[in-house]
Design a protein around this ligand. Structure first.
Ligand SMILES: NC(=O)c1ccc[n+]([C@@H]2O[C@H](COP(=O)([O-])OP(=O)(O)OC[C@H]3O[C@@H](n4cnc5c(N)ncnc54)[C@H](O)[C@@H]3O)[C@@H](O)[C@H]2O)c1
Ligand SMILES: N[C@@H](CCO)C(=O)O
Length: 781
């Protein structure tokens, strides 16, 4: 049984390294019986097309040169991928085939489709052989034995039988894309991007569950992400919109690919073979995805009017020119949008029934839900007018508006259109993890924040997550009554349940807000990013993870244009990260940060005067919501060490957590054991503090816990620990619970910049998380 038909295009097979990656994907994503449809490697089809053109021009030297070029390319791939007998046999077959092409060219018997078919044949054979070498049960199939056409029409019943008898249920079946045979057994091609079509056909003939198009982009975006940085990748797109996009210039989807899936339940996924971890876009049946907004561009097209045009003719002429075509009725006329290079072919096809109405057009199309398309048309016209672009032809229809212009729509105009038309009205899904001191207050404040945040976006709280249970509701949880809803609907979950539910969310933007103190939860960040989630963390674990993991996370975020905010991980609600970023962005160079970066330790040290045992104060700080869940994370200095590392990384200093030297504000042996064990030994803590306080007093100083980061050209000093601060010093006179950051830089060298204020507490921290959310929403506009 075929579960999935995978398809890899030319760019996925452009080098031996790419073949190796594709093989890895196949090993990880297929089961016996699955099919893998392949295109010609890299630019092989283009090379074969130039061979055909040289042959037609009877340029024998060029034919010989191109044959040599093909030989070199294919032999290199074979040499780099195959070994021993597999290599010898592949090289021998290649040479025989190239000799046959050369002699057919010489005797003037070369046929175009038969020649072009070699690209796919070489890919399928090489990939199957390489998989065999990796001990995968794989075989190659020539699709000419699977798909037969009669007069351009597929013979579905016959093809279904052929597919079901040829496809091997025990192997991975590597099938050539793009090619088929006619009833005489001659080669025919399925048109540009025919391999996607081959994959969809094969899936429909074999009743597969899914087609997976592996390509060089991560899925279907609101507009071309290479031109518009803020393009949004959609998790789901419905088939009607996908169809429109395919006909209106989206380079990822092709109308023909969708047609065999029309009355089936076969799912279609578009995903990246270059970034396997990235979540795909699913093309789903009507009603299973919200309608989205898209902008496509068109270049160099002509507009034809055609008398008595039928759907069948559109399909035939698309096949003839190997391009998806869009047609529509406008003021009683039927129009066809045709690539200018093919206009004469199309006019000839219609033999007197087609006329050029407008020529040399560029332009764009806006695809969107029916109810907003009228408004978007007006906004698009406004944007174009501002750029002095006056459309020559405008057509509004169900779910789209087409604006054909003289001028080319460049990426600046495309970005402005995207900002004004697509970025408005998007939905943001918020997932909040951690409903403790800070999380509880955050949710409480959220109800009031919605209105302020919702100017351009519709924001919904879709999930509340605790360590064991979660409440997940894609249509939204009311932050005012969440506790009631929690009692009725919260369920036990495993990480995978959460990740799958997030993956399924049909929102333009998703934000995971981590207000846990859990290292385990922070380790899911890479998965969240793969599901295209922005991140906001009060949790410090991800920011202080080993450099390799941390850097990979950052790279993955950057590749996907996702944001990560973590201002509250240092200094709670104080704008320390903002200030550092701002100074650096304005050209300053920070050389030193010294201070007290722990609310708990600030409060404890300032409060302690010997009248109340230190351990009692620790319990009080815990009650006030200042401490970490286990206050030893604070007392050990570890929490402040994490903050110093986050600051250092913010300044581009490459450190690991243990590179920051640390002395604890408690006897080290108390770090071990349970919290109850610790409380049982609290007198040891009290004695330790008493001793340090007395020593400080003897020096006319006070006991404080401070941090220092000093960056000079040849070394970095990074440490946190106990300090005896002279009475009168700014660090000695802190309001209990305050943090202080004394910053020296190129511009603040003699007179330091000081940021001071509450460094812990649920209200200020929750407010800081809201500030990160506000920043994020502003930056999504
Ligand atoms: N309290 C503060 O003043 C303050 C200030 C700045 C930053 N922070 C940071 O904010 C975070 C939360 O602090 P808090 O004081 O609210 O702690 P808390 O212990 O009161 O709350 C943490 C919550 O996270 C939940 N949790 C634990 N593991 C989880 C998991 N795997 N998945 C989902 N939820 C999980 C816990 O059940 C708990 O309800 C911590 O990382 C802390 O360092 C706190
Ligand atoms: N426990 C932390 C919370 C803020 O990160 C502190 O006291 O500073």
């Amino acid at each position: 049984m075929v579960n999935c038909v995978h398809k890899f295009g030319g760019s996925s097979l452009s080098s031996s390294e790419r073949y190796q990656s594709v093989a890895k994907i196949i090993i990880g994503h297929t089961q016996p019986g699955d099919c893998v449809v392949v295109s010609a490697a890299g630019k092989t089809t283009d090379t074969l097309v130039s061979l055909w053109q040289s042959y037609q021009q009877q340029d024998t030297q060029a034919v010989a040169d191109i044959l040599l070029q093909l030989n070199n390319h294919q032999s290199d791939l074979i040499e780099q991928l195959l070994q021993a007998d597999l290599k010898r046999s592949a090289l021998k077959t290649l040479l025989e085939e190239l000799n046959i092409i050369a002699s057919l060219a010489q005797s003037e018997q070369l046929k175009e489709a038969q020649l072009l078919a070699h690209g796919e044949l070489w890919s399928a054979r090489l990939l199957a052989a390489y998989l065999q070498q990796l001990n995968v049960h794989a075989c190659a199939h020539d699709a000419r034995l699977l798909f037969t056409l009669n007069d351009g029409e597929l013979r579905h019943a016959q093809n279904k039988l052929q597919c079901n008898s040829v496809i091997d249920a025990n192997k991975v079946n590597v099938v050539t894309g793009f090619i088929a045979a006619n009833t005489l057994g001659d080669t025919v091609t399925l048109g540009r991007n025919g391999s996607d079509y081959s994959a969809a056909l094969l899936a429909s003939y074999c009743d597969a569950k899914q087609v997976c198009i592996w390509t060089d982009t991560q899925g279907v975006f609101s507009t071309d992400p290479r031109k518009v940085k803020k393009a949004i990748k959609y998790a789901k797109v419905c088939r009607t919109q996908a169809n429109l996009l395919a006909r209106l210039g989206n380079p990822v989807l092709h109308a023909k690919t969708l047609s065999p899936l029309k009355n089936t339940n076969i799912k279609l996924a578009v995903r990246s073979s270059f970034d396997v971890q990235a979540s795909p876009t699913h093309i789903v049946k009507e009603g299973l995805a919200k309608k989205k907004r898209f902008i496509t561009t068109l270049q160099n097209v002509d507009l034809l009017t055609v008398e008595g045009l039928s759907e069948g003719e559109v399909a035939s002429v698309s096949q003839l020119i190997q391009h998806s075509l869009h047609h529509f009725n406008h003021n009683g006329e039927v129009y066809l949008v045709v690539p200018a290079a093919q206009t004469y072919q199309v006019i000839n096809y219609f033999a007197g029934r087609a006329n050029i109405s407008e020529s040399n057009l560029n332009g764009c199309a806006v695809v969107a839900p029916e109810q907003v398309i009228g408004t978007l048309k007006l906004q698009a016209l406004e944007v174009l007018a501002e750029q002095t672009i006056k459309p020559r032809f405008v057509h509004q229809d169900n779910g789209y508006v087409l604006l054909l212009t003289d001028q080319f729509i460049d990426s600046d105009v495309q970005s402005t259109l995207h900002d004004k038309l697509v970025n408005k009205g998007q939905e943001i899904a918020i997932i909040v993890a951690g409903l403790g001191n800070v999380g509880g207050v955050f949710i409480h404040q959220l109800a009031d924040q919605f209105e302020r945040l919702s100017g351009d976006f519709s924001i919904k709280l879709v999930a509340l997550v605790r360590s064991q249970e979660m409440l997940f509701n894609p249509s939204g949880v009311n932050p005012q009554t969440w506790e009631k809803q929690w009692q009725l609907e919260a369920k036990k979950y495993q990480s995978n349940d959460l990740l799958n539910a997030i993956n399924e969310l049909d929102y333009e933007h998703k934000v995971v807000i981590d207000i846990t103190a859990s290292e385990q939860f922070s380790q899911l960040y890479t998965d969240f990013v793969q599901s295209d989630c922005h991140l906001i963390s009060a949790n410090k674990y991800a920011g202080t993870a080993p450099t390799l993991w941390y850097q990979t996370l950052r790279n993955n975020l950057a590749e996907r244009n996702l944001h990560w905010r973590y201002n509250t991980s240092v200094g709670a609600g104080l704008p320390i990260n903002f200030a550092l970023a701002d100074l650096q962005n304005s050209g300053d160079k920070i050389t030193r940060i010294e201070g007290v970066f722990s609310g708990t330790l600030s409060w404890l040290c300032s409060k302690y005067d010997g009248s109340v045992a230190f351990s009692e104060l620790v319990l009080e700080a815990q009650k006030m919501g200042f401490t970490e869940p286990d206050p030893r994370e604070d007392l050990s200095g570890r929490d402040m060490q994490r903050k110093l590392l986050i600051l250092a990384r913010e300044l581009g200093v490459d450190l690991e957590l243990d590179d920051i030297s640390l002395s604890a504000l408690m006897p080290v042996e108390l770090a071990k054991g349970s919290w109850d064990d610790f409380i049982g030994k609290k007198t040891q803590l009290d004695a330790f503090i008493e001793e340090h306080a007395a020593a400080a007093q003897a020096k006319n100083a006070v006991l404080r816990y401070t941090g220092l980061l000093e960056i000079t050209c040849d070394k970095v000093i990074a440490k946190v620990g106990i300090t005896y601060v002279p009475n009168g010093d700014a660090l000695a006179n802190l309001t209990p619970g305050d943090n202080i950051f004394v910053i020296n830089s190129k511009w603040y060298s003699d007179n330091a910049l000081v940021i001071q204020g509450p460094g812990a507490g649920s209200e200020v921290t929750a407010a800081g998380v809201h500030s990160d959310l506000y920043w994020l929403v502003q930056n999504l506009k």
